[in-house]
Each structure stands twice: as C-alpha cells, then as structure tokens.
Ligand binder design. Structure first.
Ligand code: COA
Length: 330
C-alpha cells in the first residue's frame, strides 16, 4: 500500500497586492520584483479574515473543496479506499504560522469538518512543510496504520513580514492547499519520499520571535543569497535522488516550491530539463511557503493538465535549511 492523491483543494485571501501597490509603501518597483523573482502580485489576508482565524479559515476552505471533490469521486465510484469524510483517519497540517500555539490547527479542522475518527497534528517545516506532511501521511498509510488522510499546507507569512524590509516583504503571500489521500495498491501513489535537512543554515532564514501580537518584533530575517544558493544546489540533488526510483519513466511535471522563478529556471537548467516541465504560478501568488505546492497541484488538476497516471516530482526547500522531494504517480 501507498498514499495516492484522490483530490485537491486550495484557498487564498481575496485581497491582492500588486508590485505597484508595494512600490507605494516601500522603495521598490515592479521591474525589480518581476525580473529578480517573477512575482507580479500576491494574496495577503487583511481584515476580511480575523487574526485568530487566518490559517484555520484558509485551511478549512481548501479542505472543504478537496473533500467535496473526493466525495463526488466516491459517488462516481472513482475514489477507491475513500467512501466519505467519515473515512478520514489522519489529518496533518504543515504550517509555520499557526493562529495559536495550541491546539494544533489539524485538531480545529478535524472538529470543524466533523472528522471524528481521525488522529490530528501539525508539522512545522516552513516551505518544505507540505513535502514533510505528505511524506509522513504516506509512511502511515504504507505501514497499514491508516487508509485515508487529509494533508494541508497553509501559511500566512504576511504575519511575519517587516513591511520596512524590501528584501523580504516583496516575496511572500498567504494561502492554503489540501489533498485527500487514500491507500492504493495499484499503479498510482507515492513511489518515493525523501526529506533532508542540511544540518546548517538555521540562521539563514528565521522569524525573530514568536509572533503573537508582536508582528514587528517577530518579523522574519533572511540571508537571501545564502538561501538562493542553497536552493539551487540542493533541489536538483534531491530531485535526482528521487528520480532513481523512476526506473527510466519520464516525469511529466516537476512541481517545485514557488519561491523565485529564477530558482526554478536554475533547477531546470541543472537537471537539463525544459522549462515546460516546470509549471509555475509564482507570478500570481508569490511565495506561499507550505501552501505553494498544493496550490499549484490544485490548479494543474482543475485545468486538466495532470491526469491519473502522470508521473510527477514534487520538491520543496526553505528555512531549516530543509529540502525534500516526492516522486508520485498522480
Ligand atoms: N526592490 C528594489 N531593490 C531591492 C529590493 C527590492 N524589493 N530588494 C533588494 N533590493 C536591492 C538591494 O538593496 C541591492 O541594492 P544595492 O546593490 O544598492 O545594495 C540590490 O537590490 C541587489 O540586491 P541582492 O540582494 O543582491 O539581489 P538578488 O539578485 O540577490 O535578489 C532575492 C534578492 C531575495 C530576490 C534573492 O536573493 C532570492 O530570491 N533569494 C532566495 C530567497 C527565497 O526564495 N527565500 C525563501 C526560500 S523558501
């Protein structure tokens, strides 16, 4: 048995902030941001979402969408191990910006979604969080402990943004993405899941304090060049490691964490793969941390660009410095 993705869902705040909007509040401009990062706009949660609800409400919306799709598939007889939401036995939320220290966001979601029979916990691994959550759920399913799981990547890095620091403030956006997973003994599902931490570089990207009601003091600090070099070096390495399990089959898409279009281009070049295989939406969302991979997967799925049986390689990297890759048949 292994975990397969049954359905996906995503949610972002309504409010968009363009590069021109940012240039009104800090010394930056659209051209610099676009050419250095690829970002044109990002979604930032404002007063539309109460502060104690940001991660919870974005995650809940993403989960409702994913569960609704899974339930429709179950009705059509296409969801195998998943018959209905009462079958969810595990909820894992990857977030580094939870609304509260505790309870875990996963427990609040479990309650709101009525998933009575589930174990629920959060994982904190910043931009690599979704890879860690999906890999963990796959391990439980492989071990035969659970059959159906809900995994979420959600972050509101706007919480940790120092709007006076143009070196970081232009990069991030808020959002959530969710996947319903089921146990598969067929062709589709996770083939291999790899997670590493560099064992150095914890000081290259961090938030300065716990941030509750103290956003300014807590704002993130980043050595941009160091993180950039790390991402460009380590991401191809871990992808190659994952591809060893592909047994010569061709990967349709490399779904990378959306941190910077230049990082994605550099990874493609190092892997000697064409950019067409590296879908991206960083233009519209910025870096949504743990949410970027499931938001992109959800878009690809809704646009019909990925279909059952496609070989995908997901890869995340970021604060830690952590990085990982998952090879799966969709
Ligand atoms: N607008 C305009 N100018 C800016 C700016 C902004 N938003 N941010 C920085 N600058 C300036 C710098 O002050 C510097 O000016 P100077 O030459 O007068 O000193 C100049 O632009 C170049 O800065 P530099 O930091 O060398 O730019 P860069 O090409 O390295 O790009 C990042 C900076 C942050 C885009 C890049 O390092 C990066 O993407 N790093 C990885 C960050 C990341 O993805 N983190 C999350 C990982 S999950």
């Amino acid at each position: 048995m292994k975990a397969e993705i049954i359905s996906l869902g995503a949610s972002v705040p309504e409010k968009t902030v363009t590069n021109d909007d940012l240039s009104k509040i800090m010394d930056t401009n659209d051209e610099w941001i676009r050419t250095r990062t690829g970002i044109r706009e990002r979604h930032i949660s404002g007063e539309d979402i109460p502060d104690e609800e940001k991660i919870f409400s974005l995650s809940l919306d993403a989960c409702e969408k994913a569960l609704k799709r899974a339930e429709e598939m179950a009705e059509a007889g296409a969801a195998r191990s998943f018959k209905g939401r009462e079958d969810i036995e595990l909820v894992i939320v990857a977030t580094s910006t939870p609304d509260f220290s505790f309870p875990a966001t996963a427990c609040r979601l479990q309650e709101a979604l009525g998933l009575k029979a589930a174990a629920a916990f959060d994982i904190s691994l910043a931009c690599t969080g979704f890879i860690a959550a999906l890999g963990t759920a796959d391990a439980y399913i492989r071990a035969g402990i659970y059959k159906n799981a809900l995994v979420v990547g959600a972050d509101a890095l706007s919480r940790l943004t120092d709007w006076g620091d143009r070196g970081t403030a232009v990069l991030f956006g808020d959002g959530a993405g969710a996947a319903v997973l089921g146990a598969s003994d067929g062709d589709s599902g996770v083939i291999t899941s790899i997670l590493h931490s560099a064992g150095s570089g914890a000081g290259a990207l961090y938030s300065k304090a716990m941030y509750f009601n103290e956003a300014e003091k807590a704002a993130m600090a980043m050595d941009g060049k160091r993180v950039y070099d790390f991402a460009v070096r380590k991401t191809p390495e871990v992808i190659r490691e994952a591809l060893e399990a592909a047994e010569g089959q061709e990967v349709k898409f490399f779904v990378l964490h959306q941190a910077n279009i230049r990082i994605i281009e550099a990874v493609a070049k190092r892997l000697k793969e064409p950019m067409e295989k590296f879908p991206h939406n960083i233009e519209r969302y910025g870096n949504t941390s743990a949410a970027s991979i499931p938001i992109l997967l959800d878009e690809l799925s809704r646009e019909g660009k990925i279909e059952k049986g496609d070989l995908l390689c997901l890869s995340g990297f970021g604060a830690g410095l952590a990085y990982g890759a998952i090879l799966l048949k969709y």
